[in-house]
Write a protein that binds this ligand. Sequence first.
Ligand SMILES: Cc1cc2nc3c(=O)[nH]c(=O)nc-3n(C[C@H](O)[C@H](O)[C@H](O)COP(=O)(O)OP(=O)(O)OC[C@H]3O[C@@H](n4cnc5c(N)ncnc54)[C@H](O)[C@@H]3O)c2cc1C
Length: 409
Amino acid sequence: MGAGTGAATVDVAVIGAGAAGMMCAATAGRRGRRVVLIDHATKLAEKIRISGGGRCNFTNRDAGPANFLSANPNFCRSALARYTSQDFIDLVTRHRIAWHEKHRGQLFCDESSEEIIRMLRAETDAAGVQWRMPCSVTAIAPQADTPGFLVTTSSGPIHAARVVVATGGLPIPQIGATDFGLKIARQFGLKIIEPRPALVPLTFDAAAWKPFVPLAGVALEVDIRTGEGKKAPRFREDLLFTHRGLSGPAVLQISSFWEPNTPITIDLAPGLDLAAALLDAKPGNRQQVGTVLSGLLPRRLAEQWLVAHAGLWPGLATQRLADVPDKTLRALAGSLSAWSVVPSGTEGYKKAEVMRGGVDTRGLDQQTMEAKTVPGLHFIGETVDVTGWLGGYNFQWAWASGVAAGQAV
Ligand SMILES: Cc1cc2nc3c(=O)[nH]c(=O)nc-3n(C[C@H](O)[C@H](O)[C@H](O)COP(=O)(O)OP(=O)(O)OC[C@H]3O[C@@H](n4cnc5c(N)ncnc54)[C@H](O)[C@@H]3O)c2cc1C
């Protein structure tokens, strides 16, 4: 970096050395740009490190615009088409990182997410990127006399012709997440889509949840949906009962779509016509309802379900199946195959995997991620209002938006 007026001078300052920031810096550096990459953390890319249970679900083979939520759903199309999951697979393969497909196109490292961090670090080094880390950015201001920005940092000022904001979303503040990206967007007059936790466990009012607390630890595959109509989001994934509510991939997926004070509907016996199964088994059946139900569902769920609904159907668990009215069996089956519950909230940013909302993409150029009203200022990654489903999509957005900006700056 040249010293000039006492401040360093670069072509590009990338703020945030996470998934999107490192990808962007490496791409711009390879194009011959003088790039500085700034991060306030002491440890590099903590979110990549903890991702995918330590193995980083680094992309999804089938990633496409349909796997993302945004107030402007077409925005992500261009970047995702120009840098695909296959492009990232090629990069990982070039770095001899072994990986495997878990399910539904989700790709994980065989060994450790550290390998992805090392790969990105090596890419930035090969591209000649300069680092400032740990280093805090205290202000970004347009330069008075020339185009570009003055970036004020804890290790001195930097003149940058272009600034890329890649500071991520609000989840997991304990490892350095901040609202910096949103603040800078607001400072420069960009609109924000209200952020909120997504891919997050759902919680329930303690009194209402009490009957289900004994189910904590029970996991099973379910169908889950929220909202109305044929296009209402729906997933078939595993659900996990917790002490405070519901978690597991099914619930994380639906949480991104869930609107407060509305129900989610869960089929706890997907692919099975529970009413027909009970009615078919009924004639002459002297077994207790609890026993029959335990043959159709996980035993703990079947038993506790009847306990939880004892007020509605007193003594049903121990009644002989043959003696139970059809109407009651149909109602019991309905309670399990269309269990409708209204969460009271979520576990919040401490437990969320991503932030929904962020910088309104209608203010950004979809090819370059540049703010339409602030030439030279770009936003990438999770700070932007593009939120992926669970399954490697969020990293694919980080890579693709990073490359899009890196090619333009
Ligand atoms: C527990 C967990 C598991 C996850 N697992 C997966 C997964 O397996 N697959 C997947 O696709 N997605 C996963 N995600 C989501 C994924 O990690 C993020 O979507 C992705 O990291 C976003 O990339 P980013 O570069 O925008 O932000 P980040 O990777 O969060 O990087 C932002 C960087 O900016 C820095 N920063 C923040 N504020 C400032 C500031 N004021 N000044 C300087 N630097 C700053 C931070 O220190 C950080 O290094 C997971 C998330 C969590 C929380």
